[in-house]
Design a protein around this ligand. Structure first.
Ligand code: PML
Length: 248
């Protein structure tokens, strides 16, 4: 049966000129009969966030018209590090392995915005320049999910602990890395209570790194390193519009 894309966004001081402070966002695909549960799941997520209490909260449901593409999850590996510095050294090594040049990695680090960007920023691996031109919004990857039952089966068989954050991030990384223009993704959370992040690519898989910031820090990061963006518009519409179901 047809699926609905359900999206949530919550923020503080939404009317502020810089768009306010991003609190939480969420994405899922739902059948019509599950819509009540789905909307509630995202509502709970928005209201239980340690970044704060939203004064703006939006949940939107929209039927999916495009055919849904099924993709396999990236393989997951957890890298234990003992300091944030060690974590970022590993980020640099992994990014180099995916094909992002050293100089571009450094240039990317310098461009991580101070303010919180809601979505991802896109960095060209040839120039190191940010190419999305979306300022504080960034690009929001949308229309993807992984059915709970299938995810649980996968998690059990891989001995991965059931972690909704990991699930969500792995779905996103799997969608993003399934496009040939994506060389790698670098991400860590803007949640002050969550310090694990990851580097992902089609070749190295989803490489978790246990410390990429200190507790209490509310600055997150999500960068897509991209190549051959002769057609930036098509790439962004893949991220925003192409429905993807992860299946194992
Ligand atoms: C987020 O949802 O804020 C990003 C979390 C990234 C790491 C998830 C994990 O693999 O534990």
């Amino acid at each position: 049966s047809r699926l609905y894309s359900v999206r949530m966004r919550a923020s503080e001081n939404e009317s502020h000129e810089n768009g306010g402070k991003h609190i939480s966002g969420g994405e899922l695909l739902s059948t019509y009969s599950d819509l009540r549960i789905s909307v509630n799941t995202l509502l709970e997520k928005a209201l239980n966030h340690s970044r704060g209490k939203p004064d703006f909260l939006q949940i939107q449901c929209e039927i999916v018209n495009q055919p849904i593409k099924i993709v396999n999850p990236l393989t997951v590996h957890t890298n234990e590090v003992t300091t944030v510095e060690e974590g970022h050294e590993l980020v640099r090594n992994l990014l180099e392995k995916t094909g992002v040049p050293k100089a571009i990695i450094e240039k990317a680090y310098q461009q991580i915005p101070e303010y919180s960007v809601r979505g991802a920023i896109l960095i060209d691996i040839h120039t190191g320049e940010r190419v999305d031109q979306r300022l504080d919004k960034g690009v929001r990857v949308s229309k993807m999910d992984w059915q709970t039952r299938n995810f649980k089966k996968w998690a059990t068989s891989k001995a991965v602990p059931y972690n909704p954050r990991l699930k969500e991030a792995l779905i996103l990384a799997t969608k993003v890395c399934n496009h040939k223009s994506t060389i790698a993704e670098l991400c860590w959370s803007d949640d002050p209570d969550y310090i694990t992040g990851y580097v992902a690519s089609k070749n190295i898989g989803y490489q978790r790194i246990t410390q990429l910031k200190h507790y209490g820090n509310e600055s997150g990061c999500r960068i897509f390193f991209v190549d051959t963006l002769s057609d930036l518009h098509t790439y962004i519409s893949y991220l925003e519009e192409q429905p993807i179901l992860v299946q194992w």
